[in-house]
Ligand binder design. Structure first.
Ligand SMILES: NC(=O)c1ccc[n+]([C@@H]2O[C@H](COP(=O)([O-])OP(=O)(O)OC[C@H]3O[C@@H](n4cnc5c(N)ncnc54)[C@H](OP(=O)(O)O)[C@@H]3O)[C@@H](O)[C@H]2O)c1
Length: 319
């Protein structure tokens, strides 16, 4: 009779094998497009999925701009992106998406210093961060949705000026966790989480907001040559759990992340697919994972809910 330890190890190996097969791989998107002369801006590009996408864009010759809060990490990432890609056209900026003054001053500086913007990758994101912002909404909502909403709107004039002659693509990095909720409850977005389930729910609201944001961007701007896409990168080994407050959950995450999930390189593939593939243009406003279109359930493609989010977000950035 095998010991309990052997049985436990066997269960872990079978479980790990099954989930690694299901989640640990992603189709790799190969492109030989020459992006010389194109500019990509990636928020949260100093680590994780954003940094991996930055390397891929740089390999294709793009001018890469990464914008995050931690300037030391950003400089380290800049050197790494140059080393990995052989492309030295990589610039870092300071940006705190939670602070609207920081978003405004970043957008002004970017507009003044960068001639074009061809790909905007709204990638930065947090989960498990507790607390409310001054506007009464969760800090997670302020970072994951509102900061990107403000940034995109501030850069819209630049993008529309060029988009007839050089189309722009906006990629909003969401998550399958949008399914944690079934609507945007504006009272709930103003309530702080108290446990792990609450953290996921708070995160879910912001990731559903990312979905609505892309579809509304599509309705408003695709005729002007600016298309928008929502992507789920898969479950990826990054620093995303850094704000997690629960020790037990952290142990679980450490086990999961060290065994069965994707590398940031694999997590970046759907960003590259939606940025570069010619066939996705006709699917602007839609949701993608594993380099393919994934139709949304009814509540996530609710046009009125997306319009309402736009109106409510406008109020929150104009106060
Ligand atoms: N990892 C996953 O399994 C997974 C799954 C589904 C979706 N996603 C999504 O993928 C995106 C990237 O996440 P990741 O896994 O790569 O996480 P990560 O390794 O923690 O990277 C997050 C990035 O966001 C930046 N960031 C955080 N707060 C910010 C703020 N206030 N202002 C500006 N930048 C900020 C961070 O840089 P600084 O700390 O320097 O600011 C960092 O560069 C997120 O939107 C996440 O929701 C991830």
């Amino acid at each position: 009779m095998p010991s309990k330890r052997v049985i436990f190890a066997a269960v872990v190996i079978i479980f790990g094998f099954f989930f690694q097969k299901k989640w640990g791989y992603s189709p790799i998107y190969k492109s030989n497009k020459d992006l010389k002369g194109k500019t990509v801006l990636i928020t949260g590009g100093n680590t994780g999925i954003g940094e991996a996408a930055a390397v891929e864009f740089a390999k294709l010759g793009a001018k890469v701009v990464i914008a995050s809060r931690n300037d030391i990490k950003s400089e380290k990432a800049r050197k790494n992106i140059i080393k990995e890609s052989g492309n030295s056209d990589v610039t870092t900026y300071h940006l705190d998406l939670e602070d609207q003054d920081s978003v405004r001053s970043f957008a002004k500086q970017f507009d003044a210093e960068q001639e074009h913007l061809d790909y905007l990758v709204n990638n930065a994101g947090v989960i498990g961060l507790r607390g409310l912002g001054e506007n009464g909404f969760t800090r997670v909502f302020n970072i994951n949705h509102l900061g990107h909403f403000l940034l995109t709107n501030l850069l819209m004039e630049k993008m529309t000026k060029q988009s007839k002659s050089r189309p722009v693509r906006i990629i909003n990095v969401s998550s399958g966790a949008y399914r944690m909720v079934t609507s945007l409850d504006y009272d709930a977005i103003q309530e702080d989480a108290t446990g792990v389930t609450g953290d996921f729910q708070v995160y879910g609201y912001t990731k559903l907001a990312n979905v609505y944001f892309s579809s509304e961007l599509h309705r408003r701007f695709s005729d002007s040559g600016i298309t928008a896409y929502t992507i789920h990168p898969g479950v990826v080994k990054t620093e995303i759990s850094r704000n997690n407050q629960n020790r037990l959950f952290q142990i679980f995450l450490n086990v999961v992340t060290s065994t069965i999930i994707r590398t940031p390189f694999l997590g970046a593939q759907t960003i590259m697919y939606c940025s570069l593939d010619d066939d996705v243009i006709k699917l602007s406003g839609e949701y993608f994972e594993d380099n393919s279109h994934s139709p949304l359930p009814g509540y996530a493609s609710d046009v009125e809910a997306a319009k309402k989010l736009w109106t409510e977000s406008l109020k929150l950035i104009s106060s």
